[in-house]
Design a protein around this ligand. Structure first.
Ligand SMILES: [Zn+2]
Length: 244
């Protein structure tokens, strides 16, 4: 008897302000402890590999310590070697912030297309430039519990977080300077948007999600769209949510 299992791998995609990070965190908060999921975060993987006494580890350590970005081919090499590990191979994967460039997408697709019993889906959370910018300008984060709040609801820097009840709200350090936020949004358009076109050209299923509604509504839309009927691996994870 042959036993085959299907895995669903989800690439999260979207500009700053669209809520990608929040949605991945929400999903991960629920299912992260579940054995059937593995989250790909290049930052974590770089930290892990640089602490190892290997040729690759030393290479990465030298690059980062000297202020260089890890090149695309090495980034994909690190990601792929992790995904090739036996215990990671038998999980569904969530990609957050990877692939970030067209080169990464091309290298990654080369690796991915050789795998079997896996299906890749892109969840693209979109928000127009002006809306994303307006949202970031008003966004506040709790110093203590990291919950997201907004000036839209009459809160301001120094207000007390309603989520934990004692943290102080502030603008995120990397969102204070609106000019650098604009630069990052432009970088998304020039560097990362081509990744979307690439996946589309390869016939990868892309689920487009409007990032304008509330965090809860967007989350429910994502769960609904990923509603697994044919993917045994994550079926169990979603059943509670769908039933509840
Ligand atoms: Zn808080």
């Amino acid at each position: 008897m042959t036993y085959s299992n299907n895995f669903l791998d989800v690439v999260f995609f979207g500009p700053q302000g669209a809520g990608k990070g929040t949605q991945v965190a929400k999903l991960w908060g629920k299912y992260g402890k579940d054995e059937s999921w593995f989250r790909v975060q290049t930052g974590d993987l770089f930290r892990e590999i640089r602490s190892q006494e290997t040729e690759l580890g030393n290479k990465v350590k030298n690059l980062i310590d000297n202020g260089f970005l890890v090149p695309d081919d090495i980034t994909v090499e690190i990601v792929s070697s992790k995904l090739n590990l036996e215990d990671v191979k038998s999980k569904n994967w969530i990609f957050d912030g990877f692939p970030r460039t067209l080169k990464q997408a091309e290298f990654f697709f080369d690796f991915y297309s050789k795998l079997q019993n896996r299906k890749l889906v892109v969840v693209s959370i979109f928000l127009p430039y002006e809306k994303a910018l307006a949202r970031i300008e008003k966004r506040l984060v709790c110093k203590s519990c990291k919950a997201i709040a907004s000036e839209v609801f009459g809160l301001k820097e120094g207000s007390i977080c309603k989520h934990c009840g004692n943290g102080v709200l502030e603008h995120r350090a990397d969102e204070k300077d609106i000019e650098s936020v604009k630069k990052r949004l432009e970088l998304f358009e020039t560097q990362t948007l081509p990744v979307y076109d690439f996946f589309q050209s390869k016939g990868i299923e892309i689920l487009k999600i409007d990032g304008s509604p509330s965090i809860k509504e967007v989350h429910e839309t994502i769960i609904d769209l990923l509603k697994p009927t044919e993917y045994d691996g994550i079926k169990k994870s979603f059943e509670d949510e769908l039933g509840g």
